[in-house]
Design a protein around this ligand. Structure first.
Ligand code: NAP
Length: 310
């Protein structure tokens, strides 16, 4: 029986292991995605107590939200899922800009509601900061939507610490989503201390460094998707990262578990990290990540993992 947790100061109750869905219909991120397989990832999650689904307008674009909407509709039980989505990308012809203006965000929330075939969104994030909109004004627009019952919690993503503080001037920010994993730890300097102090839930994205920290890659692998451009995968750095993963494997072996579960369990030891959103491309990965919940790390193991990646 999974023990659900509350996301920060919200009323949202979730399994600490959620599902990132940028590979569910995220055709612009991963080539050759099979949409039916993507829907099956969502069904597998919901059938196995994973209720927190993370999506965004830009995954597809639009298609990830649409596929999740189709699954929600076919199951006819909206309250079984806690849906987080994001907006800020504005297409001008083929060019994309970020827009955080209240009018744009309100329009985007309406469009996401339609694609998700629902009348409320559990967490709505401003996906990226724009240059011009004061961040408290942008969040003010989301507060209005929250008061109207269209969204249940307010999130911001990819904001700097200064932008987050401005966004949270009135204490309205519930969730922060930023890149954070054992290979990218910048958030530990200011963002994690601030979210802890403010009771804002910190949701790390790329928790498995796009698969590298799952412990299944070797140095001869070549990637032709979004990973081709990620710093963790560049030649020498990639080899060094794989060596660090081997050190975690020793800890995982001693605990009779896998690298991915040790890595995911390590994030959950942080105060403001309530829930994780590892992505998956196959249903067995969705199920496999649930084993994280059986891992208990000792203080020594927590420090050892910290040391390997420091
Ligand atoms: P991730 O969670 O770091 O890595 C996911 C990848 O790891 C999977 O696609 C799979 O790749 C591999 N994997 C997962 N579980 C595994 C297991 N048990 N065993 C072996 N391999 C496993 O990366 P991500 O999916 O890109 O990021 C997570 C979520 O964060 C996204 O889905 C998205 O919802 C969100 N996100 C948000 C932002 C933002 O700007 N806010 C940006 C990026 C992502 P392979 O099968 O290819 O090995």
């Amino acid at each position: 029986m999974v023990k659900n947790v509350k996301i920060g100061k919200t009323d949202l109750s979730v399994n600490p292991i959620g599902l990132g869905t940028n590979a569910v219909g995220g055709h612009n991120l991963y080539p050759n995605l099979d949409e039916e397989a993507g829907k099956e990832l969502v069904r597998t999650a919901l059938n196995n107590s994973i209720n927190f689904l993370d999506t965004a307008f830009i995954y597809g674009p639009e298609r990830s939200e649409e596929l999740i909407g189709e699954v929600l509709k076919e199951r006819g039980n909206r309250s079984e899922a806690v849906i987080a989505t994001k907006g800020a990308h504005k297409f001008i012809g083929k060019d994309v800009v970020f827009d955080n203006s209240p009018a744009f965000l309100k329009k985007e929330v309406e469009a996401s509601l339609k694609r998700l075939q629902t009348d409320y969104i559990d967490v709505y994030y401003i996906h990226f900061p724009d240059k011009d909109t004061p961040k408290d004004e942008a969040v003010g627009a989301l507060k209005q939507l929250k008061d109207e019952g269209k969204i249940r919690a307010i999130g911001v993503s990819n904001f700097s610490i200064e932008q987050l503080k401005e966004a949270n001037k009135d204490g309205y920010v519930d969730v922060y989503q930023g890149e954070y994993n054992l290979l990218q730890r910048d958030a530990e300097k200011e963002l994690l201390p601030y979210t802890t102090e403010q009771n804002i839930s910190f949701i790390p994205y790329f928790p498995l460094a796009s698969g590298l920290l799952a412990g299944k890659y070797n140095k001869n692998m070549i990637f032709n998707d979004l990973r081709a451009d990620l710093p963790y995968f560049q030649k020498e750095v990639f080899a060094q990262n794989l060596e660090k993963v081997e050190q975690v494997r020793k800890i995982a072996d001693a605990k009779d578990t896998e690298v991915a579960h040790v890595v995911l369990a390590w994030y959950l030891t942080h105060n403001s990290v309530d829930v994780l959103i590892p992505g998956a491309k196959r249903a067995d990965q969705v199920l496999n990540n649930l084993k994280t919940l059986d891992v208990h790390l000792t203080d020594e193991e927590i420090q050892e993992i910290d040391r390997i990646f420091r």
